[in-house]
Design a protein around this ligand. Sequence first.
Ligand SMILES: Nc1ncnc2c1ncn2[C@@H]1O[C@H](COP(=O)(O)OP(=O)(O)OP(=O)(O)O)[C@@H](O)[C@H]1O
Ligand SMILES: [Mg+2]
Length: 253
Amino acid sequence: MSESLAESQPEPIREPIREPILELVDVVAGYGPIIVLQSVSLTLHRGEVLALLGPNGGGKSTAMQVCCGLVPIISGQLRFAGRSITGAAPDALARAGVCAVPEGRGIFPNLTVHENLMMATHTGMSLAEIEHTAFARFPALASRRWQLAGTMSGGQQQMLSMSRALATNPAVLLLDELSMGLAPKIVSQLYEIVANVAAEGVSVLLIEQFARSVLRIADRAAIMLNGRIVRTGPPDELADELSAAYLGGKANS
Ligand SMILES: Nc1ncnc2c1ncn2[C@@H]1O[C@H](COP(=O)(O)OP(=O)(O)OP(=O)(O)O)[C@@H](O)[C@H]1O
Ligand SMILES: [Mg+2]
């Protein structure tokens, strides 16, 4: 092809590859006799940020725990990279690359930042490597290397838990209420980092209750109400329905 012809050709529009990495298929799950998820189907594609939103008690955290093997599936399937992994143990899922930052962050408050990162070395990555990546991504942590994690601000603690999760080099990152208790400015900064992590190829499921700002970085969004996914679609289309979901879902009652 001549250079002039190549120049005249418009860039082909590249659709993102819609390749499922993690899927819940008709999942029914709960705690003992209590059914929480009532036939939930949700697909996370490679490299996308999927926001899972909805009022409290809807089952978002339960869905995340199903994804990490912490809540057993009564019926339906959990699939990873196209294969059923229903019933797999949490450590097997972690090794496969499904990594979660739970509600409440899951760091050790009485250990230093350094020690918290050391706890992530079981994944095979060296401490030097983990610290290098963590401090490059979150410079605020570098100067707090010897500080007790519990004495840091909420935002810094969230950075630490994300660093620990990313040390496993996950294919899938599940983040439960990243924004909890944090100022909007800090939340925006963390979301920017989440967007960068996704751009590096990590698929992210971002669970939030109220944070409308999450829609800015999400490729798609899903609304969960009373254990069911009631809507999935582009973030801009879901913004209005989100308000209705909260009003109808008695979010604050
Ligand atoms: N360990 C448990 N044992 C029994 N019931 C539970 C347990 N954890 C959660 N539930 C119940 O499951 C339902 C869904 O809870 P879940 O925490 O998944 O909701 P959520 O959407 O994450 O809510 P929030 O936005 O408040 O975090 C609730 O009715 C809750 O009481
Ligand atoms: Mg929750």
